[in-house]
Design a protein around this ligand. Structure first.
Ligand code: ACO
Ligand code: LMR
Length: 264
């Protein structure tokens, strides 16, 4: 019979051995000929399946809306400083990417985890928020440095509008909105932010599309796929900021003394 040599790597998402590479079994030519987009490619390579159009469109909207948020945010600032230190594209990009985490852009997975847990356990927004407070954990997906109850994040509104029109159910998002109503009653900066909107809406996408089993949803949430959306999206902007600084021939950045409180 056949003797199977042991392998050092197992891979299940792509295969380049044939005439043309395949993503989750779908040949490149099919992707091009059917006019598929980056949302479809993400579906194949991350979720290992083709998703309905409204899902891939939602993924693409997340990517477009999170691509950049100006030069002042943590990621862009790091990238700009690095580019101005004369570093190459990859160094400037990763310097910005390394700021993505629990406070900045990387709260999507935790938002999904906590909103799902609270919703599935039938916690009222009051019980959820106050239990987080007792544990000393800030609610992921809530709060923003500049957005306020009277100056909402347009990105959140756009995502919500799309989902309300196209998703079969937006129960997790509605729960996140109820949480926001409660947190806004405590402080005006405690809005549902773009991480919280994507986290809650992705729960709706996963559970409402009928494309994933409960076990698969739990695995996606546990592994933490969703911060990948922000990482991927923001790379577009960070690459843009690198080119911008190089084009402008900006000199080495040095922070002004006046802006530092020197104290003992
Ligand atoms: N949940 C509960 N209370 C909060 C939260 C929250 N998510 N955010 C702020 N607060 C309250 C706390 O009482 C906080 O006091 P503390 O420092 O004693 O905990 C108080 O508001 C003031 O907080 P600040 O630190 O002044 O708020 P800041 O504007 O600096 O923080 C931030 C903004 C980092 C986004 C914060 O709200 C937070 O950590 N949110 C959770 C993580 C998150 O969702 N990050 C993604 C943001 S969107 C993006 O990056 C694309
Ligand atoms: C972003 O998308 O970078 C922002 O929401 C963060 C910020 O501070 O504006």
């Amino acid at each position: 019979g056949k003797v199977r040599a042991p392998t050092h790597i197992i891979s299940t998402i792509s295969d380049d051995r044939g005439e043309e590479p395949c993503y989750a079994g779908v040949p490149m030519s099919t992707i091009v000929e059917q006019g598929l987009g980056v949302g479809d490619v993400i579906s194949l390579l991350w979720f290992k399946r083709s998703l309905p159009r409204y899902c891939t469109q939602f993924i693409e909207i997340c990517i477009m809306l999170c691509a950049d948020h100006g030069p002042c945010v943590s990621g862009a600032h790091n990238t700009i400083v690095t580019a101005r230190a004369g570093k190459d594209l990859v160094s400037s990009l990763v310097s910005g990417l390394l700021t993505i985490g629990p406070r900045f852009g990387g709260a999507i997975d935790d938002a999904a985890r906590y909103f799902k847990d609270a919703y599935d356990r039938n916690l009222t927004p009051y019980e959820f928020v106050e239990s987080m407070k007792k544990k000393g954990i800030r609610v992921p997906g809530i709060g923003h440095r500049i957005k306020r109850g009277d100056n909402r994040d347009k990105r959140v509104e756009l995502l919500q509008k799309f989902a309300r029109t196209h998703f079969p159910s937006v129960k997790y998002m509605e729960y996140a909105v109820q949480v926001e109503t409660y947190t806004l009653s405590k402080a005006n900066n405690l809005v549902l932010n773009v991480d919280g909107a994507i986290g809650s809406l992705f729960l709706d996408l996963l559970s409402g599309s009928g494309m994933f089993t409960k076990q698969e949803i739990d695995e996606i949430i546990e592994i933490g796929y969703l911060n990948g959306l922000f990482v991927l999206a923001r790379s577009i902007g960070l690459i843009g900021h690198t080119f911008d600084q190089k084009r402008l021939k900006q000199p080495l950045y040095r922070h002004p003394w006046e802006d530092v409180l020197y104290t003992k």
